[in-house]
Design a protein around this ligand. Structure first.
Ligand code: UDP
Ligand code: MG
Length: 317
């Protein structure tokens, strides 16, 4: 019988871990699905790990992975995929904003032969107006830049073992999970789900972290901004051609000088163009630097299965 692994990244989710495990167990056993829950504690500052250990004592199907510090959600998802042993693997948030019942729908689609099943948001959950606006804005940019519809995409998805192995075999450190799962291809479909309200705890995304997330992911997924630098350069070049012709004519007709303002504006424009371009290039170089260092994506310090310590048997990089 095939087995479903559910990967759940958790950062400061002490209030949710117990409930999430209970709900998932009820839903999945109710549907007669053999399952495993892979909870990755992403260096939480609260008692998330203690809660995972407690949940493990009650349920042998729980695999707990403990990071040595906070490495971010993408790393936690990746670690979960690496530890998951199922024939099909789902990824969902720890806050039950991704409805567990949808897992069953996804599972049936997998049984029908689909290899990647994407969860697509029907609408976004309740958020503050500013958060919504900034999320819309950056998802808009990311959609354009990555050519993958980001606005309603989510990290809620189910993947066949083959797709999981393809993702695991990708060497890059800066992984953008949402887009990567569509990049690998495979027979894909989607299911719609209604984003539930977070029951306890709070969202880990501030507006600033969203901005950083947008930039990191655009750079991780596309080199369009670098072409943008070239385009700005070309436009500047065309403008200067016009100005060169113009000033030569003025020179030969004897009406030269008296161009202080123009000179200043041109100088400032070109200067800022160059600096912005260098900034963009610098950002890519920084990312390249991070990649070539070949640091591990995350560091695992504890692994449990049920109530057993299995750190030595687990594979972790
Ligand atoms: N998360 C994580 N590491 C982080 C931040 C978040 O593992 O550094 C997890 C978090 O525990 C949750 C999921 O990622 O399971 C989504 O986080 P959150 O609910 O805060 O995001 P939102 O739903 O507001 O987009
Ligand atoms: Mg959430």
């Amino acid at each position: 019988m095939s087995r479903l692994s559910v990967v759940i990244p958790a950062y400061n989710e002490e209030l949710m871990v117990g409930k999430t495990c209970r709900v998932l167990r009820e839903v999945l056993t109710g549907a007669g699905i053999d399952y495993e829950l892979v909870l990755v504690n992403d260096g939480s500052r609260d008692n998330t790990w203690e809660e995972i250990v407690k949940a493990g004592k009650k349920d042998r199907n729980i695999l707990g992975v403990h990071f040595s510090r906070n490495f971010g959600k993408e790393a936690a998802v990746f670690a979960g995929l690496a530890q998951a042993g199922g024939d099909v693997v789902a990824v969902m948030d720890c806050d039950l904003q991704h409805p567990p019942q949808t897992l069953i729908e996804m599972y049936h689609l997998w049984e029908e032969g689909y290899e990647v099943i994407e969860g697509v948001k029907k609408s976004r959950g309740k958020e503050s107006a500013i958060h919504k606006k900034s999320a819309d804005f950056f998802y808009g940019i990311m959609t354009k830049a990555t050519k993958v519809d980001m606005r309603n995409a989510s990290d809620f998805k189910m993947m066949d073992r083959k797709a999981v192995n393809s993702i695991l075999s990708m060497p890059e450190r800066n992984m953008f999970f949402r887009a990567t799962s569509s990049w690998v291809g495979y027979k894909t479909t989607h299911v719609f789900f209604e984003v539930q309200e977070r029951e306890a705890g709070e969202s880990k995304w501030s507006t600033w972290s969203l901005v950083k997330y947008a930039f990191t992911n655009i750079v991780a997924f596309t080199t369009v901004p670098l072409q943008f630098v070239t385009i700005v350069g070309l436009v500047c070049f065309l403008c200067s051609l016009v100005l060169i012709v113009y000033s030569l004519i003025q020179y030969f007709t004897g009406a030269a000088v008296a161009g202080y303002t123009t000179t200043l504006i041109v100088l400032l424009l070109i200067g800022s163009g160059i600096m912005v371009s260098l900034g963009i290039i610098g950002y890519y170089i920084a990312k390249i630097y991070e990649e070539v260092k070949r640091r591990p994506r995350y560091i695992v310090s504890k692994v449990i299965r049920g109530s057993e310590d299995v750190y030595d048997q687990a594979n972790h990089d």
